[in-house]
Design a protein around this ligand. Sequence first.
Ligand code: PGA
Length: 268
Amino acid sequence: MQVIIYDDAQQVAQSAAVWVKTLIQQKPDTVLGLATGSTPISLYKELVDEHKKGNLSFANVKSFNLDEYHQIEETNPQSYRSFMKQHLFDHVDIDQSNTYLPTCAIGENPRAQGLAYEEKIKQAGGIDLQILGIGANGHIGFNEPTSSLVSRTRIKTLTEQTITDNSRLFSADEEQPTMAMTMGIGTIMDSRYVLLMATGKNKAKAVLDTVAGPLSAMCPASVLQMHENAVILLDKEAASELADHEYFQWTDEQNKKLNAEFGLFHNF
Ligand code: PGA
């Protein structure tokens, strides 16, 4: 696990953008795993800017999102499809028929939809780089605490905390979904690289449990301790409960030297 601590959220986004851009330049047909939520918005802005400057093309990229609300219309402004269009897809040259979300429409069987999503990821050759946010309760995707650490794409009931955390995004007259389809923790763990972004004080405890806590289904992100290539990008606030900042800074400096000589990604 590589933990990198930045001064602020903007630097976290810029760093995440360098990882994504470097990979796409190295492997133009990258399969990206994408996340929604407040945290990755500034990453997507950086990527859109890079694309507009002519430095980055998504023409051959495929993408798989972590999650989508159950039985939500694609065109609903609250759908994660709408979110991705608003923040990324409509502003870059990605072929939107190569962008996938784990949908489950009314009348569709969530179990069959989960299996079909897994199959699509497999057919694409697996996810090269998965972007993750983290919930204040340690969830990744919508894998809430007590989720099986080897779970696959499936339907999940959201916790009270997640529903409350997300209620800020819904107006009084909008019905807030309580169930979602999500990649499983096993699905996420199959990605070749994982880039988890966390910013703000309210993530500090979840970050501590992820990096230094016991491996536990009570903090689903702690499973990343078992991932070969997990990179955790934090601002100072999200890192505020971690000890050993100096150690993380020291290893980052060493890694930067190695990366300058041998590249950021070693297995593409
Ligand atoms: P946030 O959500 O980026 O909106 O904080 C992260 C998550 O719940 O995974």
